[in-house]
Ligand binder design. Structure first.
Ligand SMILES: [Zn+2]
Length: 151
């Protein structure tokens, strides 16, 4: 309902301009016609000129008043419009900056990990001699160091 209020004010300013202008024009035409109706224009042709002058001058004054009067309202609408555009532009800029400039949350401190006891890697099938502890290949049937059989 109140979106684009600046544009609505500008539209209203135009409508008021035209209403004011048309009212002045109608009044000026009415004034001219009144002169034609009440004066003997055939005998005094100057009244024809006077009636036309009332129409033109009245219309011109009406245009000026409507035009100048609409400045303020139209200008106010334009101001709001520009402010709205600025606000949207700022939001866009902030959104773009926000993606880069805002620092990420600091990583939570890592809980100290219990030291891992290094274990000798044991490939598939390798075996330790039950007597001397020597690491033997999977293919060995007897300990390579002491000859104890793998059981
Ligand atoms: Zn052995």
């Amino acid at each position: 309902m109140f979106n684009n209020i600046g544009k609505k004010i500008k539209t209203l300013a135009k409508v008021i301009f035209w209403i004011t202008f048309i009212m002045f024009v109608l009044g000026a035409i009415g004034g001219g016609i009144a002169i034609f109706a009440t004066q003997d224009c055939e005998e005094y042709p100057a009244y024809i000129a006077a009636g036309i002058a009332v129409m033109l001058v009245g219309g011109g004054i009406g245009f000026l008043i409507a035009w100048i009067g609409s400045f303020f309202m139209y200008g106010y609408g334009q101001l709001i419009d520009d402010t709205e555009i600025n606000r949207k532009t700022n939001q866009k800029i902030l959104a773009q900056l926000g993606g880069e400039a805002v620092p990420e949350e600091p990583a939570a401190p890592v809980a100290p990990v219990a030291p891992v006891v290094p274990q000798e890697p044991k490939a598939e099938g390798e075996w330790f001699c039950r007597k001397c502890g020597f690491k033997n290949d999977a293919s060995a049937k007897f300990c390579m160091r002491c000859g104890t059989p793998n059981e």
